[in-house]
Write a protein that binds this ligand. Sequence first.
Ligand SMILES: Nc1ncnc2c1ncn2[C@@H]1O[C@H](COP(=O)(O)OP(=O)(O)OP(=O)(O)O)[C@@H](O)[C@H]1O
Ligand SMILES: [Mg+2]
Length: 244
Amino acid sequence: MIRVENLVYRYDAGAPDCLQGISLDIEDGAHTALIGPNGCGKTTLIKHLNALLFPRAGTVCVDGMMTTDVSSVREIRRRVGMVFQNPDSQIVGMTVEEDVAFGPGNLALPSAEIRRRVDECLAMVGMTGFEKRAPHSLSGGEKRLLSIAGVLAMNPRYIAFDEPTAYLDPAGKQRVLEIIRRLNRAGMAIIHIAHDMRDVAEADRVVFLDRGQVLRTGTPAEVFEKADLLIAVGLDGLPGGCGS
Ligand SMILES: Nc1ncnc2c1ncn2[C@@H]1O[C@H](COP(=O)(O)OP(=O)(O)OP(=O)(O)O)[C@@H](O)[C@H]1O
Ligand SMILES: [Mg+2]
């Protein structure tokens, strides 16, 4: 599991803390949704889960390894995959297959195993046949799928998705949500930042952040019960609320 304890963070000395003492457990195999208004710290929080950022105070512990332990960072980054909001930021290869092979290539795996992972992960996101395409020639939705395949190729235990359905049309959204559902059913722990409540109705647990603090946590039904509060911070897709 991933255990976050009293996590405090600020980007610049002198700036206010944008995470103000967050405590959170992410259980093995659970689907954890992270919601909250723009700027509340969702992206900053998930960047702590795979040692892209380090706490100013408090700790983040992944399967017993502290993210601040330099000798653990490599393994933590392998175990905790990140699908960022902008897929362009994750493209590294000249072709789709090269892009997916990049991560496993860095693990010094045998080439047959890398090939197997590339084929399997492209199939998993429905991108078989795109192997030789240039990533920059793909549509936004296809790039999103490619970035998911690249993360899957590392064989992670946890994947954090930062607003994975943003900018997608309804069919593209459904495709991504179905992939997330399938991965979760197969036992992968999912951390899912969402702006639309309908995207996280199936989550095991919803964590509602506001101004760097956990305001509420519980099942979707428990958290969405007090719809007024969520509408007040501008979240979409509440039953009977705005945007639904
Ligand atoms: N690189 C950075 N340098 C300085 N401040 C930053 C940086 N990234 C984020 N911040 C600030 O930290 C706070 C939290 O930002 P963060 O991106 O984590 O919010 P978020 O909940 O993901 O928002 P959104 O829903 O808009 O993606 C915001 O006040 C933001 O302005
Ligand atoms: Mg964000």
